[in-house]
Design a protein around this ligand. Structure first.
Ligand SMILES: NC(=O)c1ccc[n+]([C@@H]2O[C@H](COP(=O)([O-])OP(=O)(O)OC[C@H]3O[C@@H](n4cnc5c(N)ncnc54)[C@H](OP(=O)(O)O)[C@@H]3O)[C@@H](O)[C@H]2O)c1
Length: 305
């Protein structure tokens, strides 16, 4: 394995999807030196330190902080939670990395960017920022590797289907008859870790990542049923009802607009995707929905014996 110098992982504490946290663990397992950047000192920072990472605190929207955390690192994973400042943070890290020089910058993006162009953007402010961020990184001339996952099992399906599956045995989403093929965040993290461990062959590549099967929501519900050994059905709820529910729980407007756009694109069949990116980079197939639900069975209300 090629020696790396210190590898910086941003967004390492992990919130919804937690790719950064899993990447940190995988690199430490490979005995590579990791600097894990977190926004604040908390239990998650303590756990990262206990696992063997050098933990640094900083704000990705603060250029001086970013300069401090990147200094001394040769490889960088850049990812942070879906938020209004995403493009700004990308340009800050690009400016810093250009100044300091690195061997690889692995950039988290989204698969929707594959379908975007100047004439065809989407109403999601997050997707637009990813598209613009990729443009800016392409102009930068930096050694970039681009990761474009489809929707996450842990970051989307776990929080947004758990309550209704647990309480009513139903997946309630406004996805119409569109097909989807969500990917597990540990599969995404395995791809990122493999690239960071030996970036040379991956420089300039764009990896599109999906799960193993594209299917409509009735098919998704069948995988839940199989995993939980009880009936789970799909209920296609009106988009306005879903949007009202999202607003009720107080999500930031940026995230709500992103999720509402995702649902719209799902209904239009734009999440009907299938790639072999996970297998190609890691040598192992992507996790199925059934396996994901089995792992989280208790959270979904338990498996009937
Ligand atoms: N969710 C999906 O379905 C999906 C699908 C495809 C692509 N993606 C992409 O995946 C990325 C999100 O990855 P993820 O789910 O692994 O992230 P995450 O766990 O939600 O967030 C990673 C960390 O970013 C940190 N962070 C946020 N703002 C920061 C700032 N200004 N300075 C320093 N740290 C900051 C957060 O810190 P705190 O926890 O302390 O706030 C959080 O722990 C986004 O680029 C998203 O577009 C997501």
């Amino acid at each position: 394995m090629a020696s790396s110098g210190t590898i910086l992982v941003t967004g390492a504490a992990g919130q919804i999807g937690a790719v950064g946290r899993i990447v940190t663990g995988l690199l430490l397992e490979r005995e590579l030196p990791v600097r894990a950047m977190v926004r604040r000192e908390d239990d998650r920072a303590v756990a990262l330190r206990a696992a063997g990472a050098e933990v640094v605190v900083g704000d990705l929207l603060e250029p001086a902080d970013v300069f401090r955390v990147v200094s001394g690192c040769r490889r960088v994973y850049f990812g942070m939670s879906v938020s209004a400042g995403y493009l700004e943070a990308t340009v800050i890290i690009a400016a810093v990395v250009r100044e300091l020089g690195v061997d690889a910058l692995v950039n988290m993006s989204q698969m929707t960017v594959s379908q975007m162009s100047i004439q065809h953007t989407t109403p999601s402010p997050q997707q637009r920022q990813h598209w613009l961020s990729e443009q800016a990184l392409a102009w930068s001339g930096l050694p970039v590797v681009t990761i474009r996952p489809t929707v996450y099992l842990e970051g989307f399906f776990l929080p947004l289907t758990r309550p209704s599956v647990r309480d009513r045995g139903r997946i309630e989403l406004p996805f119409g008859r569109g097909k989807t093929n969500p990917v597990a965040t540990d599969d995404v993290a395995r791809v990122v870790a493999a690239v960071l461990a030996d970036p040379g062959p991956h420089l300039g590549q764009i990896y599109e990542l999906t799960g193993p099967r594209s299917q409509d929501m009735n098919g998704v519900a069948r995988e839940y049923s199989d995993a939980l050994n009880r009936d789970v059905t799909y209920s296609d709820i009106p988009p306005e009802v879903w949007e009202r529910e999202l607003k009720k729980v107080g999500l930031p407007d940026h995230l709500t607009r992103h999720l509402v756009t995702m649902a719209e694109l799902n209904r239009a069949g734009r999440y009907d995707r299938l790639t072999d990116g996970v297998k190609r980079v890691t040598g192992r197939p992507a996790k199925s929905i059934r396996d994901f639900v089995s792992l989280h069975a208790d959270e979904f209300g338990g498996r009937r014996s």
